[in-house]
Design a protein around this ligand. Structure first.
Ligand SMILES: Nc1ncnc2c1ncn2[C@@H]1O[C@H](COP(=O)(O)OP(=O)(O)O)[C@@H](O)[C@H]1O
Ligand SMILES: [Mg+2]
Length: 255
């Protein structure tokens, strides 16, 4: 059984068909890329998969279970985590609290339990704190535990967002343009970090990325969409020389 399966998924926004008949099956421990020009529908795919949108048509299953009707935090609880194209951290909380809050979703506690520290929360608090500190240590973020994300360099904020996603112990990690906004030395560090996460956590990673260097050096296979339509699938090498892909990217300067 695939870890994640999308079958003929389409999404309309009013008169716009943002995604048409999108299908893919991801297995455990794959590292797969989703690419395409701006506005192609890539983020829409992740919003559908992670429960932010409900597909207009088609079927999505995670671990064999249909996800239609589940809310994002319920999908998280099943073992899926994501990062966002524009970093979404709780900027007025500390880095440590950002990680702790993510834990709550995995353990089935709500924001209310976390903020008001109910009895239920109190019992699990020590374990959550210990695990949150562990993931910060692992991701070389321990020194920033008490800082607010908004005061940290962008590259560090990206790492905090990754740490937060990993702290929910996902089987599938979705990364939406993790290299966006990073300078070239940060991009090299990110490539090493994603490879390390993949090896260390032994999970499946599905990433959207605009920087070809990142997908080409990390992904085992790629899928390309343009105007919501799948135009190619293959290894990075196959995709790089695919005439349909080159045409879609012409003028985009990304290849
Ligand atoms: N919530 C929404 N409401 C209306 N249109 C949307 C919404 N989300 C995305 N779109 C549109 O769908 C298309 C694909 O967007 P998106 O998935 O963000 O593309 P990409 O991530 O590939 O750049 C765009 O035309 C975008 O404007
Ligand atoms: Mg996008």
């Amino acid at each position: 059984m695939p870890l994640l399966e999308l079958e003929n998924v389409s999404q309309r926004f009013g008169g716009l068909k943002a995604l048409t008949d999108f299908s893919i099956a991801l297995e455990d421990r794959e590292l797969v890329g989703l690419i395409g020009p701006n506005g192609a529908g890539k983020t829409t795919v992740f919003n559908l998969v992670s429960g932010f949108y409900t597909p207009s048509e088609g079927r999505i299953t995670f671990g064999g279970r249909p996800t239609r009707g589940l809310k994002p935090h319920q999908v998280t609880a099943l073992g899926m985590a994501r990062t966002f194209q524009n970093i979404r951290l709780w900027n007025d909380l500390s880095v440590l609290d950002n990680i702790r809050l993510a834990h709550h979703f995995r353990l089935g506690y709500g924001m209310v339990d976390a903020v008001f520290r109910t009895g239920r929360y109190g019992r699990a608090e020590q374990k959550i704190e210990r695990e949150a500190r562990e993931i910060l240590e692992t991701m070389e973020l321990a020194e920033f535990a008490a800082e607010q994300p908004k005061n940290l360099p962008y590259g560090v904020q990206r790492r905090v967002e990754l740490a937060r996603a990993l702290s929910t112990k996902p089987r599938l990690l979705l990364l939406d343009e993790p290299a966006a906004g990073l300078n070239s030395s940060d991009v090299d560090g990110l490539i090493r970090l994603i490879r390390w996460i993949y090896d260390e956590f032994k999970i499946c990673i599905w990433m959207i990325e605009h920087q070809m260097k990142v997908v080409m050096s990390l992904c085992q296979r790629l899928m390309v969409i343009d105007f919501g339509i799948t135009i190619a699938r293959g290894t990075p090498r196959e995709i790089q020389s695919n005439p349909d892909v080159i045409r879609a990217y012409l003028g985009d300067g990304a290849l």
